[in-house]
Every structure is written in structure tokens, then in C-alpha cells.
Design a binder for this molecule. Structure first.
Ligand SMILES: [Zn+2]
Ligand SMILES: [Zn+2]
Length: 772
């Protein structure tokens, strides 16, 4: 007889792990006990050594769907002659290293019960079990036990308690376990907060009816509020746009099943799998050309090639779709620029002018989490936003890290904390210029520090002196601070998730990043290690007349490239752009640029996209981030037959600047392309063709420069990062062109290529600088 103590770490709490061990111990005739600790799960087993070995092997191979075992520390212990195998109370321990599960969509067992008229949880909107339900968003502290969640206010009835106590029940220690007798309830109010239902069931049925009648309903969900309406009702969608003052930005959709979508979008088998995964992200799917009148109306996502679609993830969503419209618009419920609403009172205050009705409930959301957004590009799954359903699962790194906090950038911000081999990325936080988002940012850091038990020794932040995240970092006391250049962080994030430790060529294309020369970078090729970088190529600097105003008004960037390409003469060019934009406005920005007034310099690829989008008269002013660039991409004619994508592109110059012996900086000048675009416009060439040629030209220019850097340095590994790689034509084209030229390409699959991935790079750079 042998006795072993097993300390199991990973996602092992709240996922049915102890019952799994209970059944497994029976199978191998082992006696002993198992308990949750703050560090994970602790099992003591007694039996034959062979059976204990099998037991351990099965823990790795056969653990529950939602569990993930990262390590089992096994040690000999005294034989105590246990008489059975038991699940015992949680033990506190010094280390608090357990991983917390993200929120999990309703499982098929619970769904079946919810639809069963004879089940005691028939149509109960909060049905859940150890395999499903809320987690991260209801946790106040660890270990993950009911009194430390927002379920602490609900006392289980005798029947629920019995399920909760029975190791063989699917609801054994399911912390949010509840039923209609003892658990949370939904209720419906009008837009003044006046209650209008008679009971829970009636509330859902009424809400569904109102949705079918074209009304807008604010729905309290898992990680926050949604504003919902019937996606096939032109009037309802239009009203939602008007009331939300959101003229163009695409709305997300929710359909009961993937097959419901087949008429409206293309769904590959991997996309279907992702839609149906327990993470339930919004998946961007290419629209079908369809004359079907029953699908989502055009207004849901105008000027876009894709719809963002998700499947229901809470029981309440299923009930609404079953009783209401087939496909719902489900857009985030937040005041413009603010974080998602999670509180009933706040929502009533924020949306009384938008929603006609409010479907509320009394289970508090402790920690908000926006829906995640994912897209398949170049054959792989890519995050646009990594949030609900994924956070706070860590990214596994190939080396042990000191305890570091990465504060992220300024827009689409997230934060990151490290411990051992883990990098824990927060959910999506938002744009920090908003005071409430900044509050959420600080809250997120404190909450994550607490539940992950990480007190950072180092804070890594962006070099930008104007970012709120930089402000936060510099205000912290008694901790080492390390500033990391924005594009170096982008590159390091991509290196880290691909386990690259050696020097690489990093192509980083985005909208804005503070450069070491004080200018705004964003069209860069860097030579990078984790520790350091050297700028090897960049787009020629152009002016941003009006500074930040030029980000919101792409016509200013168009004026800037025309000024650069033609000088003052551009005002007399015969193209639609000059006719559409007022002469006075153009002469005004011309003077600004001439006198160098409020015209910072930028090498940003994002601004170049804006310029071309406006030159083509696609979008002169934007109402949401990256709008012009996304519409330019949607306009591109990609149906041209497969050819070498570097053929038939516009002209560009690569200028060599000598920076040392056998060391050059390459400047990529796109002005020859701009002149050719103007010629094409004057000849009346189709905009789709001009747009796709521009895309391919940018790919060709950066490939050309990357090859030069590779020849000079002998380095062939290339990483791609930055928000511009959300653009499908650029990402796919770049991978193809670089690979055709024998460069090895690495891209983002675990964190967003945009600024949501920045804090991962920051912590990696900071850790490298700390290494002696
Ligand atoms: Zn379940
Ligand atoms: Zn109950």
C-alpha cells in the first residue's frame, strides 16, 4: 500500500473536478480525500502504486470539459488507512494560485432540462450546473465558494442543497446552483422602472412579445447589459441607431443556432465549432448575397462584408429567442464611450431614452465582461476582442516570469498580470480617456491582483506621456516602472505567444503609437529582441493637420497626402474629393500645414488608410474607430483571379538612410502611389479596383522593405502585429508575400493583434530587461 499527496493546479475549481476525482478513485479502489485549496485541488490517495499511477494519468487525460490541468505535484505521505474516499471542506493555504474559470455558456444537459415541461427548472432562466453558468463575472474573491460570489444572497432550498451536497450529482458544489423556489428571478419594467409583469415566466414571455412587435428591450445578461431588438425589422434597427446615436457601427446579432444563420452568412465547419464552443464569442462571418427578406436587415452592419454573430449563452437568451424573433440585434448596453452597464439602476438611468422595456434580474454582476469578438483569417482563429468566455484564462509562456503588471495602451485597453509561466490578460476595458472607463481600469487591476494573488514588483507601461495608463503607472509608489515603446510591445506580444526568443523582424502596422523621436509611429519595421529594438523601416512622415481631429476626419489626412504629393497645386485637381470637401476647409488645412501649425508628423499606416478612404470619397468623417479603413477594405474588389499579388501594384519608393557601417534605415514613400490613385480616379476606374490595388501596394512595399532588412541582418523570422492586421487583405497578403520570399511568418492567435494585446508585450519586454 502506498500513499501520495497530489497538489493539482490549473482550472480545477467550479468545473466538477472533485466529483471527477471521486468517481476516478472508486474506479481504481483508492481511499483518501480531496479538497479545494486556494492553490487548486489537494488529493490524498491510498492504494496500490500501480492504481495511483493510473489515477494520475487519468487526471491528465480524462478531466472534465471545462477543467485544464497544468501541473500535478506528487509527493509521498504517511499512510493513514482511510476507510473511504471523501470530498472534504476547502482548506486555506498560503498560496492562492488557482486559476479561475471564465463564464461558461449553458450546457446541453441544462438546456434539455430547461425545455422539459416536467422538470422543476422548466423555463428557469438561471439554470446551471458544474459544467456551465456564470463564474468570473460573479466572483468577489477566492477560493471560489458560494459566499464569495454574488449568489451569497440566495439561500438554497432543501432540494437544491441536496444536489449541491451529493458528489454524484451534476450540481455538486455548483456555486450558482438555484431553482425557481430559491434562486434569482427576472422581471420586466417599462422605461421608467415601473414593474409590468406578474411573475418571472410572464416577464420573459412579455419581453419576447415586445421584441417581436419591434420594441427595443434592454436585457441584463451575464457580463453586462445588451440592447436588443428584432434584427429583421428595419424600423426597429433604425430606431435603435437613432436613439443610441450610433449611425454606422455594426450591431452584433444573436441567433438560436448556427443553422438559423446559413441563409444569411457563410459558416465553415470551424466557424460553426467556434460559435458553438462554450466561450460563445461573437464571430465575424461573411455575408451572403441573398434576397431572403426574413434575415437581418442591411442596417445592422452597413458598409461591411461581415455580420458579427453569436449564439445564446445564457438560459435567458434561449428563452427570448424561442418565444421572440428568430434573430436578435444584441448590442452592448453602455452610454457612448462608457463601460458596459451592469447595474439595474444605472441601466434604467442610461437607457430610458433608448429602450422601451427593461428585462432585469436580481443576481448581481460583480465584474463586467463584454462579449468577445473573433474572426477566422488566413485559416486561423484570431481575436479582435478577448473578453467574456476567455478572461481570465492565462496565456502560457515558455519561461517563468517575475510578478509584473502591464498597463496596456490608451485605446481598447486591457491589462496583464504575470506569475510563473502565466500571463493573465484582463477582459476588454475600453478607451481610457473616459473617466468611467478609467475607473473600471483601476478596479480591474485591483480585482485581478486580489483574485490572482499577484502583487507586482514591476509595472510596465507605454512610453506615451499622455496616456491615462501611463499616468496610473507613474503614480504608483514603491514599485519599479519600465516604459515600453508601443510597437516594441506589439512585436514582443506576438513573439511571446509564438515562443520566439531570438531576434526577429517585426512588421507593426497600426493607427497610433508614441515613437522615440516624439512623432506618431504606426507603419514600422523593427528589428526586435524581447529586450530591445531598432527601427529599420517606416512609412514616410506625413502631417496630421489638426492633430487628433485628423483621426476623426479622414478628409484631413487626404488633404495631407495630396499636399505631400502635389504641393499647394492639389486644390486644382479634378477629382470628386476636391468637389465634395469644401474649398474653405481645404485651404484652411493647407495653411495649417504650410505654417506647421498643429500638424504633428506621423508614419501611421492607419492614417494612410484613412487618407485613401477619403480620396475615394468612401468616408470623410468617422463615427467609430477604424471606420474609414474598414469600409475601404469592404470596398476592395477581391474577386480578381488568383495572381501574384505583387504584380500590378502602384509605385512606391524605398529611400535608404545610412545610420552606420552596413546599417541603414529604409523610408517607405507611398506618394508615387497617391499620384497614381489620382490618375485612376480621373480615368474613372472602379473604386473596388483602386482599393484592392492600394491594399496590395502596401503589402508589396512592406514586403520589399522587410526583404532588405532580412538581407542586411540575415534574420528570416518575421512577426506581424498591430491593428491594421485585422484587415483581411493585408494579413493574408502579407503572409503570402513574405512566405513567397522565404521569410518565416508568425502572427497573433492568442491575443488581439490590436492594442488589446499590448500589455502582454509590455510584460515580456519588462521581464527581459529585468534579466541579468
Ligand atoms: Zn449545465
Ligand atoms: Zn432551490
Amino acid at each position: 500500500m502506498a500513499a501520495k499527496k497530489l497538489e493539482i493546479s490549473g482550472v480545477v475549481q467550479g468545473v466538477g473536478f472533485r466529483p471527477f476525482l471521486f468517481v476516478l478513485a472508486k474506479k481504481y479502489h483508492l481511499k483518501g480525500e480531496v479538497s479545494n485549496t486556494s492553490g487548486g485541488v489537494l488529493a490524498i490517495v491510498e492504494g496500490t502504486l500501480d492504481n495511483i499511477k493510473r489515477f494520475i494519468r487519468d487526471i491528465y487525460d480524462k478531466n472534465p470539459l471545462l477543467a485544464s490541468v497544468t501541473h500535478i505535484e506528487s509527493s509521498d505521505t504517511q499512510v493513514q488507512n482511510f476507510s473511504s474516499f471523501q470530498i472534504v471542506k476547502s482548506r486555506a493555504s498560503k498560496s492562492r494560485a488557482t486559476l479561475i474559470s471564465p463564464d461558461v455558456s449553458i450546457c446541453s444537459d441544462c438546456l434539455t432540462e430547461m425545455k422539459d415541461f416536467n422538470d422543476r427548472r422548466y423555463e428557469y432562466p438561471f439554470i446551471n450546473c458544474t459544467n456551465c453558468g456564470p463564474r468570473y463575472t460573479i466572483i468577489e474573491d477566492i477560493p471560489y465558494d458560494r459566499p464569495k460570489t454574488s449568489m451569497k444572497h440566495f439561500k438554497m432550498c432543501a432540494v437544491c442543497q441536496q444536489e449541491y451536497d451529493d458528489p454524484l450529482d451534476r450540481r455538486f458544489h455548483a456555486q450558482p446552483n438555484a431553482c425557481p423556489d430559491c434562486g434569482p428571478r427576472v422581471f420586466l419594467t417599462d422605461n421608467k422602472g415601473k414593474r409590468i409583469d406578474s411573475d418571472s415566466k410572464n416577464a420573459v414571455t412579455l419581453a419576447a412579445q415586445y421584441l417581436s412587435q419591434g420594441k427595443i428591450v434592454a436585457v441584463k445578461g451575464l457580463g453586462g447589459f445588451h440592447l436588443a431588438c428584432d434584427a429583421s425589422s428595419k424600423k426597429a434597427v433604425k430606431r435603435l441607431r437613432l436613439r443610441k446615436a450610433r449611425p454606422h457601427k455594426p450591431f452584433a446579432l444573436m441567433a438560436e443556432s448556427a443553422s438559423r444563420l446559413f441563409d444569411h452568412v457563410h459558416v465553415s465547419s470551424s466557424e460553426k465549432q467556434l460559435l458553438e464552443s462554450y466561450h460563445r464569442p461573437i464571430v465575424l462571418l461573411n455575408k451572403k448575397q441573398t434576397k431572403n427578406n426574413h434575415g437581418p436587415v442591411l442596417d445592422v452592419a452597413p458598409y461591411n462584408k461581415t455580420f458579427g454573430v453569436m449564439l445564446p449563452y445564457t438560459p435567458l437568451h434561449y428563452l427570448l429567442l424561442e418565444k421572440g424573433p428568430d434573430i436578435l440585434v444584441m448590442t452592448s448596453g453602455n452610454r457612448s464611450g462608457e463601460p458596459l452597464s451592469i447595474d439595474n439602476e444605472d441601466a434604467l438611468d442610461a437607457f430610458s431614452h433608448i429602450a422601451d422595456y427593461f428585462l432585469l434580474h436580481n443576481r448581481d454582476i460583480y465584474f463586467r465582461a463584454d462579449d468577445s469578438i473573433v474572426r477566422f483569417q488566413a485559416g486561423e482563429q484570431r481575436f479582435i476582442r478577448r473578453s467574456r468566455g476567455y478572461a481570465p484564462l492565462p496565456v502560457l509562456l515558455n519561461k517563468k516570469m517575475p510578478k509584473i503588471l502591464g498597463c496596456g495602451g490608451g485605446l481598447k485597453s486591457t491589462v496583464c498580470l504575470t506569475r510563473d509561466n502565466y500571463a493573465f490578460l484582463s477582459q476588454h476595458i475600453g478607451d481610457l480617456d473616459n473617466v468611467k472607463v478609467y475607473g473600471f481600469f483601476k478596479n480591474s487591476i485591483d480585482h485581478l491582483k486580489n483574485i490572482l494573488d499577484i502583487q507586482p514588483d514591476i509595472i510596465a507601461h507605454d512610453m506615451h506621456p499622455g496616456y491615462m495608463s501611463t499616468d496610473y503607472a507613474t503614480a504608483q509608489k514603491d514599485v519599479k516602472k519600465i516604459a515600453v515603446q508601443h510597437h516594441h510591445a506589439h512585436a514582443a506580444a506576438c513573439m511571446a505567444e509564438n515562443d520566439l526568443d531570438e531576434a526577429v523582424i517585426a512588421i507593426t502596422l497600426d493607427g497610433t503609437g508614441y515613437g522615440t523621436d516624439g512623432h506618431i509611429w504606426g507603419g514600422e519595421i523593427l528589428l526586435c529582441t524581447h529586450k530591445a529594438f531598432k527601427r529599420k523601416a517606416h512609412l514616410s512622415y506625413i502631417k496630421m493637420p489638426g492633430g487628433d481631429a485628423a483621426v476623426l476626419e479622414p478628409w484631413r489626412m487626404a488633404a495631407s497626402v495630396l499636399y505631400q504629393a502635389f504641393g499647394n497645386d492639389f486644390l486644382s485637381l479634378d477629382v470628386p474629393y476636391i468637389k465634395e470637401v469644401q474649398k474653405e476647409k481645404l485651404s484652411f488645412v493647407c495653411q495649417m500645414m504650410e505654417k506647421n501649425l498643429n500638424s504633428p508628423l506621423t508614419s501611421s499606416a492607419g492614417r494612410l488608410f484613412d487618407a485613401v478612404a477619403s480620396l475615394l470619397c468612401i468616408r470623410h468623417e468617422i463615427s467609430h474607430e477604424s471606420q474609414a479603413a474598414m469600409e475601404l477594405e469592404a470596398m476592395a474588389n477581391e474577386n480578381i483571379p488568383e495572381k501574384n499579388i505583387l504584380d500590378g501594384v502602384y509605385e512606391f519608393d524605398i529611400i535608404h538612410h545610412k545610420t552606420g557601417d552596413n546599417d541603414r534605415l529604409f523610408e517607405i514613400n507611398m506618394m508615387p502611389s497617391i499620384r497614381q490613385i489620382i490618375e485612376d480616379l480621373q480615368e474613372g476606374k472602379p473604386l473596388g479596383l483602386i482599393s484592392s490595388t492600394f491594399h496590395h501596394t502596401l503589402v508589396a512595399a512592406f514586403t520589399d522593405a522587410a526583404i532588405r532588412v532580412s538581407k542586411e541582418t540575415g534574420i528570416t523570422k518575421t512577426v506581424l502585429s498591430g491593428g491594421v492586421f485585422n484587415n483581411d487583405i493585408i494579413l493574408t497578403g502579407m503572409i503570402k508575400a513574405l512566405e513567397e520570399n522565404c521569410l518565416k511568418v508568425y502572427t497573433h492567435k492568442k491575443v488581439p493583434t490590436g492594442d488589446g494585446g499590448i500589455p502582454l508585450g509590455q510584460v515580456v519586454v519588462a521581464a527581459a530587461l529585468e534579466e541579468k
